[in-house]
Design a protein around this ligand. Structure first.
Ligand SMILES: [Cu+2]
Length: 154
């Protein structure tokens, strides 16, 4: 497994920092750099890199959070010159590859937030993968409009 070494190293580095729980793994799936964006309204978005270290494809099939009434997997689409969001059933992760959820593309949509997300907060997310199962992470909240997670904007 060619990818195993760099991923293991990056986990070790993150684990040394206090904000370590934005990276976690279950089965062949590693969830890295989970983060959410501060929001002054009751909807928000969260992002992460989903890495598949296995030999079989996997897929993110559901997301949930105690911080929001409803959570969906969305992508950003452009149609007739209009940019909007669309719900997707799953995010495919090919073996040895990563799916990147990031601003302007795939994201975890948090609807009916129980309180506004402020920079410095952390929100709990549960991600369910078709093969690997369910994993909980705590995503740090970056400022509104951030393009990257808080650890990486400094
Ligand atoms: Cu959305």
């Amino acid at each position: 497994m060619r990818l195993a070494i760099p991923v293991a190293l990056s986990i070790a580095v993150l684990a040394g920092a206090p904000a370590a729980a934005d990276t976690a793994s279950i089965g062949d799936i590693v969830v890295e750099n989970a983060w959410a964006r501060a929001s002054s309204v009751n909807v928000g978005a969260a992002y992460a890199t989903l890495r598949n270290l296995g030999r079989k494809p996997d897929r993110l099939v559901a997301a949930a959070s105690p911080a929001a009434a409803r959570v969906e997997i969305h992508t950003v689409v452009e149609r007739d010159g209009m940019v909007g969001m669309e719900r997707v059933d799953a995010v495919e992760i090919a073996p040895g590859k990563a799916a990147v959820l990031q601003p302007g593309g795939l994201h975890i949509m948090l609807m009916g937030l129980k309180r506004k997300l402020a920079p410095g907060d952390r929100i709990e997310l549960t991600l369910t993968f078709g093969n690997a199962g369910r994993i909980a992470i705590r995503a740090p909240v970056a400022r509104a409009g951030a393009r990257k997670g808080p650890e990486r904007t400094r």
